[in-house]
Every structure is written in C-alpha cells, then in structure tokens.
Design a binder for this molecule. Sequence first.
Ligand SMILES: [Zn+2]
Length: 314
Amino acid sequence: MTSPSNKTRLTEAAYQCLPGGPLDVDKEFYDKVAATASTEPPLRTVVESFVLPIRSGKAWEMRKGDICRIVAVEGAQVGDLNIWSLHNPRERFWASRTRQLQRAHVSVYDRLWSTLPYLRPLVTITGDSLKDYGVDGSGIDAEGGRVHDLLGTRCDPYVNRMLSGEDKDYHCHSNLTRAILPYGLTEFDVHDVLNVFQCTGLNDKDQYFMKTCPAKKGDYFELMAETDILCALSTCPGGDLSKAMWGEGSSETTNADPTLECCRPLGVEVYRLPDGWLAGLGWKEALPNGPMYKGRHALREVAFTPSASADIAG
Ligand SMILES: [Zn+2]
C-alpha cells in the first residue's frame, strides 16, 4: 500500500529545488537586480533599444550581466524568443528541460537552461508585470491558462502548409530564420521557443490550448544574461492569438488575413549595469555543468593494433 506521504511525493516536483542546491536561486540578489530599473540616479545604461514591427524578427547580442526588457508597447502581442550562447550556437536554450527544472510557464526567478552537453542557465528572469496573472494572483486563470508558455513552440510554414494548404512566409520560425542570418545561422539553429506573453494550458483531454494574450500596453518581461548570449525575437503573425490561425474559426471569415488586426509591435531594450556592480554582489558568470560529468557514456576505447604484415605499398 502507498503511504500518504509517498502519495504526496509522487505529485511533488520531480526536480526538487533544495536550499543551497544547484536549482536554488538567490532571490535577494535578483530582487536587487530588478530594483535597478528604478534607481535614482539610474544605474542602468541603455545599450540597445528598438521596436520590432509586426510579423518580423530581429537578433541582438547581450553581454553577461546585461538585462533585457521585452515590452508590449502597443498592447497584447506574443513574442517567440530563442537564445544561444554567443560564442557557440550549438549551446542553445532547451525548452523541455527548462520545463522540468523550472516549470511549464515561467516568471520571476525562473531560469532558461541550455542544451547538453553544456547545461547552464543562459538567463534568469528578473521582471514580469504579469507575474500575478490569474485568479487572485495565483498564476492560473479560470480556464486553466498561464502566461509565458514553454509547452508549445513556434508557428512555422510547414505545419501551416500541412494544415491549411497555403504557403505563408512570416511565421515565427521564418522570422527567426531571417533574424539570425547576419550571425551565420540558419533555420536549423532555430529551436523551441519561450512564448513570451502567450497564455496557454492543457485542457481536460490533455490537449494544448492557446488563449488571447492578456498583456496590456506597457506590460513587460525582463531577463538577465548569465553568460554572453545571442537572442532572437519574432512578433508572432497570430498577434494576440485572439483568432485561430488554423482550423475552426480561421475558415469562418472571408477575410484573407484574419489575424492581421491582432498584430502589434514589441519593444526591446537592453541595459548594462556599471562595471563591477554585479560582481560586487557576488555574482559570477554561469559556467556549463557538462564538464563535471567525467564518464564517457560507457563508450570504451578500442586499442589500435598495427598489423605486423601490412604492406601498404602493395
Ligand atoms: Zn508565431
């Protein structure tokens, strides 16, 4: 028989955040980082600022310790975010492991982890004006929706073609592909995204649903780079996702582009803190955990034995 305590254990987080452990975040430190948004005189210097038009993509670099704020400058709009190590694009954001180590919808103090064999936090989330979304600030709304989604991925022209029979060139996958071209990257480098401002959940049939984006003008999502990174963001062509991009709903209208009116730009601002400010609080760049594993996946080296009678010259 399962004891009550064992029953509880079975539904607790599989990846436990233990005090002082590798998943334990110094909340006091990140509160201090978040507070630099409004210090007087300002501690933050703006190093990059742009507004990403609807249905487009752009990449930008962040130095370790830089802070980036994504802002719903005109209201509800979903943004699809990709992140790579700036110096090695094979190391990139790993959405599914982040879902396990953190949660399926992320907010303040959550970290976005990188792929194997690197495995480190690429960024830590320092600000989220929607952190109290949902019923009584619980993070979950009456329909089971939560915001800043890691369950789904980017929209793309291949699924669109399969489901609708039409070719569309401005899906997030394509916007991200164009965005990273100047960095020598291709669509093979585009990976599963963080859907910033996107409200999603699983229904009672365990199927993925997307609700209308709850962001209002001025809502923001902010993160700090734990190492040097390259980011790319797409303004989703579905806009605030209030209208279906495929299937039921999208075919009911005669409008050839029903989601165009749901699309709004997103603002991106990158800030830098004074030299040594973060180090003064004990912060250090996150290093990959991968090298700590000294095993070799049970691979065994086969000794090379030269043949004594080999006559290479023939
Ligand atoms: Zn999209």
